[in-house]
Structure formats: C-alpha cells, structure tokens
Design a protein around this ligand. Structure first.
Ligand SMILES: CC(C)(COP(=O)(O)OP(=O)(O)OC[C@H]1O[C@@H](n2cnc3c(N)ncnc32)[C@H](O)[C@@H]1OP(=O)(O)O)[C@@H](O)C(=O)NCCC(=O)NCCS
Length: 462
C-alpha cells in the first residue's frame, strides 16, 4: 500500500494525458514517486474563500462545480462586475437611479476583493449550469456576505442573476423573439427587487433567485399582462371531457380530505375532526367512478360513474400544461387576461410545436373559491376565476401567500392590519371569524386537435 502524505491544500491541478484534459481533482502526492502532473492553476479552496469573506456558517459546496468554475476564472477580472456591463443592459432592465447606484457600490466592493470574485464566479457558474430544482436547493441558501457588503448584502444574488443576461439575450435572438418580450419578461426582476425593498425597510435585495431562474433561462415568458411557463400537472384530480363536446367532469383524487361544505381541508387540519370526509376514486376498465368537483372546487358527496367510451381523460398528474402566473402590475382585467391567453396559445404552438399542452393552469391565492362570496361579481379576481375550472390543492391554514400578496407580509396584529381595500377588509373579517384562506388551482383545457382554449362553461356546476 503506497503511503500518501497529506493533501496539498492549496492546489488544484489538471493532468494532461495524451493531449486530453483529465478531470480536475485534489492532488495527493506519493512519497515514493516523483510528481508527474502539470500544475495549471493555483486555486483557493472554497472554505478558504468563505472564511476570507467572513462567512462563519457551514455552506454546502458543489465541489465539482467549484473546480470547474475556478478553472475558467477570468484572471483579468469578472466582466459582469463592471459598471459598463450593467449600463449596456439598462434599456432592457429599466432600473431606477438609486438601484443602479446601489449595484455600482456592490460591484466596487466585489471587484476589490479577490475572494469575492472567486465566490461570485462560482455562484454564477452554478446559476448558469443547474436545473431549477438545484437552483432552489443551492442558490437560495448562499450566505449573505454581510461583513463584506454591509447593508447591500441581500443584493448579492441579484448580481449573480444579472450575470445570466448575455445568455438570455442570445437565447431570445436564437429563437427570433422580440426585445419587447425580453423587456417585459425582465420587468419581474425589478418587481421582485422592489418587493424585497418594500418588505425590508427600504433596503434593496433579492430573495427569489430560484423564481427568476426561469426568466433568465427562457423557461418563462411574460406575454402581455400574464406570465407563462411550461410545466407538468401535479395535482390529485382527474379531468374528463365528453367526446367531441365541451362538457367536462372533474373527479377528486382518492383519499383527499374535505369538510362538510366540500371544501378541501388544510393539510394541518386533516386530523382535527372538523367533519372531515375523504373522497374515493376507482378506475376500472372502461369506467371511472368518483366524487365530482364543481367548477368552484367544491367536492360532491354524491358519486358519479363515467363511461370511458363516452368520456376521455384529458388532464391528470403528469400531463404537459402551461402554467399561468400573475405578476404584480396593472389591474387584472378580463380583456388583458384573454389577450395574454390567446397570445400564449399561439406563442407556444410556434415555440414548441412538438409539445401537446393539455391545459392552462394557475395556482394562486387568487383562485380561492371563497373570494367569490367575499368580493363583488364585477371584481377582476372573480371574473378571473370565472374562466377556470377550479380545483383544490394542498395548503396549510396559516400559509403566507395571502399575507405576502395582499398585506405585503404577515401583519404583526390582524386587528390593526390595514383595511383600506375591499379585499383586505373581507380577508381580515373572514380570518377573525375563524376561517382560513385557501391556496387553490384552476385549469382551462386546450383542445389537443385545434389548440383552442375551452374556458369553463358559464353556469355549469360540475
Ligand atoms: C392581481 C391583482 C392585479 C388584482 O387586482 P384588481 O384587478 O384590482 O382586482 P379586483 O378588481 O378583484 O379587486 C377587488 C378589490 O380588492 C382589492 N385588491 C385586489 N388585489 C389586492 C391586493 N393584492 N392587495 C390589496 N387589495 C387588493 C382592490 O383594490 C379592490 O378593492 P377596492 O374596490 O376597495 O379598491 C392584484 O391583486 C395584484 O397586483 N396582486 C399581486 C400579484 C399576485 O398576487 N399574483 C399572484 C401570485 S400567486
């Protein structure tokens, strides 16, 4: 057994064999053999970099990405930390002056620190290479560089996100997409940063890098008022459409818990009694038998049997769908939504003609069926709901969504929370009476043959 001496702590080396590059690996020197490799880079280790940046806590590092990123580290300086870089994208980003100044200040500090440049280079590499899931798992947990960046520390992830601009622009050019869509899609960057500022006493920052990942990698587009993103349906319902007609039946998934009114019980209350009953669903050859949901996501006790000769299953877990997302912005008029839906259907038919999307789906506090009773029929939120077949999704009774989007964060005391809009008043009264808001979903089927949208039929109950 050859004896190994301790690893050479500061060196990462690349071996050249037969002219091909081998993988980067930590070098162990054998005492009894001369060193045969060629040292290409002197690269610091990630923990050394983080220590130098004043990060005390444990940070999970993807060592392969670290090695790969550091082998391409630009010794002449990181280009996206130059003021000129940001200025060259300013007409796309449309950032306010004080935010641009804040970026310049962060750039200056990062440029002055070799360790920070190493770290930001690694982070941009991970952001560029990884899947959305990995970005959520990894990038959302990067440490804030508070000792280095002070009050600007929450802007670090924004700097990393901006590093992806050249790739994003190239992707739009390659697909022949206009700058107007690029600009509109990018508008969420400022919305997300403004949201952070509004919730953090005026400090700029960005907390949703895993959300913006979709924008920067061309997985999400803003088309008019709404955003769209291809996805896979993941909820526990089965949707059937009568042959050749627009009649639709939605059956609840097996074992899903409902209250006496037929509303889905929050996940944290399923064992609380509260008159919980559970739906059943059986799929036998030629027949589906289960509890139908009304278009307002109310589950019916009375079961139905659907003959599969007459009813086609058109939406279930695993189907390809187009997710609809609602960014902050102008009012949600029916006209603006329909312009977006029609645009999206055409847009994705051109962009990915090989994919058969089965529906547009939206999951949001906005689809809570209780809002129908809490707001007037002319409210945009109610009209928005009217176009969708609503379905229940798992949620917890004191989830943050409604607070985030309606009260800019959870109020310290509901009794003194602002009551300046009809929605705020209705939500606060509902919660004070012991109710809870429901995060809910809705779908609009797409005819697979014609690509036509099939909105919920007015007045239909199931
Ligand atoms: C979606 C949105 C534009 C709807 O606003 P809208 O078009 O004005 O909706 P409605 O016409 O139904 O509004 C009815 C009432 O609720 C109020 N309201 C609507 N959304 C509100 C919100 N997010 N916060 C506080 N009040 C709101 C309106 O001001 C109106 O009350 P008023 O008559 O006293 O003025 C708005 O809620 C919004 O910008 N939300 C942020 C984005 C979001 O929540 N996305 C979903 C993420 S899952």
């Amino acid at each position: 057994m050859p004896k190994l001496c301790s690893p050479v702590s500061r060196l990462w080396v690349r071996f050249e064999t037969d002219g091909r590059r081998g993988a980067l690996s930590r070098l162990f020197l054998r005492e009894d053999e001369p060193f045969m490799g060629v040292v290409v880079h002197d690269v610091p280790l990630p923990d050394e970099v983080l220590t130098e940046l004043g990060v005390q806590r444990y940070v999970q590092i993807d060592h392969e990405s670290w090695a790969a990123s550091q082998s391409s580290f630009p010794e002449g300086g990181v280009d996206f930390l130059q003021d000129a870089y940001l200025l060259s994208y300013i007409s796309l980003l449309r950032l306010p002056k004080d935010l641009i100044e804040a970026f310049f200040s962060v750039f200056r500090t990062l440029r002055a620190s070799p360790a920070a440049q190493r770290w930001v280079w690694y982070c941009q590499f991970v952001f560029a290479q990884q899947s959305g899931e990995t970005v959520t798992r990894v990038c959302s947990h990067w440490p804030e560089l508070t000792s280095l960046l002070g009050e600007h520390a929450p802007m670090f992830t924004a700097v990393v996100a901006l590093s992806a601009l050249p790739r994003m622009v190239a992707l739009y050019r390659e697909k022949g997409l206009p700058d107007s869509i690029l600009r509109d899609t990018l508008s969420d960057f400022l919305i997300v940063m403004e949201d952070y500022r509004d919730k953090h006493a005026g400090r700029w920052g960005l907390s949703l890098i895993d959300w913006l990942y979709y924008h920067f990698t061309g997985k999400l587009f803003k088309l008019g008022r709404l955003q769209f993103k291809p996805g896979t349906f993941g909820q526990d319902i089965r949707v059937f459409r009568q042959n050749g007609a627009d009649e639709v039946r939605v059956l609840s998934g097996d074992g899903v818990a409902y209250d006496q009114r037929g509303l889905r019980i929050p996940a944290d209350k399923e064992d609380s009694g509260l008159g919980v009953w559970r739906a059943t669903l059986t799929l036998e050859p030629g027949v589906a038998c289960g509890h139908p949901l009304t278009t307002d996501a109310v589950c019916q006790r009375q079961m139905v049997r659907l003959s599969l000769d007459e009813w086609d299953e058109v939406l279930a877990r695993g189907a390809k769908i187009l997710e609809v997302h609602i960014p902050k912005g102008d009012r949600l008029t029916s006209k603006s939504c329909w312009e977006s839906y029609n645009w999206a259907v055409q847009f994705y038919a051109d962009l990915c003609p090989e994919t058969r999307f089965m529906a547009l789906t939206c999951e949001s506090w906005i689809l809570d069926p209780q809002l129908r009773r809490m707001l007037s029929p002319s409210a945009n939120i109610v009209r928005f709901q009217n176009d969708y077949h609503q379905y229940p999704v798992p949620f917890i009774s004191d989830g943050d969504d409604i607070f985030d989007y309606v009260f800019d964060g959870r109020p310290a005391d509901l009794a003194t929370a602002p009551r300046d809009t009809r929605l705020r008043r209705a939500v606060l009264d509902h919660l004070a009476a012991g109710g809870w808001m429901q995060f809910s979903g809705g779908f609009m089927l797409l005819d697979p043959d014609t690509g036509r949208l099939i909105p919920r039929r007015r007045g239909s109950t199931c």
